[in-house]
Structure formats: C-alpha cells, structure tokens
Write a protein that binds this ligand. Structure first.
Ligand code: BG6
Length: 281
C-alpha cells in the first residue's frame, strides 16, 4: 500500500557522471544516466507511491511472467526489498538488495521459501543487474523471471533492435504458431508483444549513433514490447503520447521454467552497455 516506506530509494553515483536510482519497492531501477543522458524510460504518469508496479525503469518479474495463478508478472515487483549493502570498487559502485518469502508470499499460489539477492553494479558505461535465486525450501520449485527493461529512445520510428535474426518467436498479439524472425534490424511500428525464445547472443537497441547492448547470462529469452497508441490509451499509468519514446527489451526466462531443488541456487542477469560512436567515453 501507499505507506510512504515504499518511497525509499537509493541513489547510486558512479564514475564519470554515471548514476542510477533504485526504489526498495519492487527493487525497481527508475533511472540510469550514462554519458549525460537518461537511458531508461519511466512514464510521467507512473505511480511511485507503492500503489501499483512502477510503469517504467526495470521492474522485476518473479516468479510468474504474465497472467496466471498470481497477479500479473508475480509479486517481486510489488514487495519491499531490503538494502543489504552498497560499496565502491575499482570500476564503480555495487548495491545489493534482498527479497525473501514472507507470510503473504507463503499464502499465495506460489508458497515456497526463497531468497533472492539482487546485485546492481554501475560503472561509467554499464549497468549490470544480477539476481541470485536460492531455493531455501524443503521441496523443489520452478518459476519464470525477467528484467522488464524500459529503454528510453529518442524516437521509436528510428530505433532498431539487432541480434534477433533467425530466432523463433511467439507473437502474443497476433497469436499463431512459432514464427522465425527474418530481419537483421527489427523495427516496431504497431502494438507489439513478442517473446523471442532461446536468443543466442548479444541483443542491441540502436538509435542515432548510440546503442545499448544487452548481454545476458542464464536468461534464455527476450521479450519485445511497445504498447503503441491503442494499448497506451488503456493504461492509467502511461500517457497517451509517450509510446514513441520507449521500447521494452526484456531479458528473462519465460518460455520455459527455471527449476531449483532444495538448497540449489542459480544466478541470472543482464549487462547493459552504452555504446556511443561519437562519445568521449
Ligand atoms: C510485457 C508483456 O512483458 O509486459 C505484455 O509481454 C504486458 O503482455 C507488459 O502488457 C506490461 O505488463 P504490465 O503488467 O506491467 O502492464
């Protein structure tokens, strides 16, 4: 609920003017500045009071992607995480947040005991986000999870996504069977909601002479989403005219499940790297 506690956030000041900001509510990163510009999109209508998931930044999806037994995208993005520690290292700053099961999650349709450690590492040109998932229950469990990254782009019309060619995808809007991406440079010009399955390498979002490279480990899939005008109009926390300024390119494992035995852990994450051809960095 909107209790004020959820407004707590950590501002991370990194090298060469890089910075990031993370709310304890949902461990949602709401800002990543690099080379003098904001790289993440947060709607001007986003709720930042804990009354609903933040519309923008990097909300965390766990333990369920999309609709299902639990609320849409699971409960991790609406829980208050705890700050473990923050420290500087040679290249930047690292911050750790933790989420464990509690009475509410144990009473949910996903009742297991878990321990998530979220490590956010900021350098001059990178934002690395890693979750270590641990099964602290006495029975196995499985889940889907994803980093729902909203990237800020100057104009969706001149934005491309590369690294998806020949990848099988599921079109959540048009439906139908498995399709194969044929384009080197994917563009978005309509309400788009796709799950690219088992993406092999680096995915890049390119605009102007800048790119954001997305490197993943132990996350198999990439979700591509833009609500366009019609879906934007349906969302109370998204302004009607904002969709040309964003693209969601979301690293996760959602087409299959991650399974952990009691005592087992897995670390999954992404590294976003700013690449600017005309940059001084
Ligand atoms: C995407 C899903 O990851 O998230 C879309 O593929 C969904 O189907 C979108 O609409 C936003 O979800 P939400 O719950 O934050 O509105």
């Amino acid at each position: 609920g909107a209790d004020g506690v959820s407004l707590e956030r950590v501002v991370i000041n990194g090298p060469q003017g890089a910075s990031a900001e993370v709310y304890l509510y949902g461990a949602t990163i709401t800002s990543w500045k690099c080379d003098g510009k904001e790289r993440l999109f947060v709607s001007k209508q986003a709720k930042l009071d804990g009354s609903k998931p933040v519309r923008g930044g990097i909300p965390l999806v766990f333990p369920q992607f999309g609709p299902g037994d639990l609320p849409q995208h699971g409960f991790a993005r609406t829980r208050r995480w705890t700050l473990q520690y923050a420290e500087e290292h040679g290249q930047g700053v690292v911050v750790n947040l933790q989420l464990k099961d509690n009475e509410d999650t144990r009473a949910s349709k996903w009742p297991y005991k878990f321990d998530l450690l979220y490590t956010i590492d900021l350098t001059a040109t990178t934002l690395s986000t890693i979750i270590k998932y641990e099964n602290v229950d006495s029975q196995p469990f499985s889940f889907t999870s994803l980093m729902h990254t909203y990237l800020r782009v100057p104009d969706i019309a001149s934005t491309t996504v590369t690294g998806l060619k020949d990848v099988v995808y599921v079109d959540k809007i048009k439906g139908g069977g498995d399709l194969v991406e044929e384009r080197d440079a994917v563009t978005v010009n309509a309400n788009e909601d796709r799950v690219y399955v088992d993406v092999p390498g680096i995915v890049k979002v390119n605009y102007g002479n800048e790119s954001i490279a997305i490197r993943r480990f132990n996350f198999k899939d990439i979700v591509l989403w833009n609500p366009w005008a019609e879906k934007a109009a349906e969302m109370s926390d998204f302004a009607d005219d904002e969709y040309p300024q964003m693209i969601c390119v979301e690293a996760g494992t959602v087409a299959s499940k991650i399974s952990l035995n009691p005592g087992q852990t897995i670390s999954c994450g992404q590294i976003l790297t700013f690449e600017g051809s005309a940059s001084h960095i």
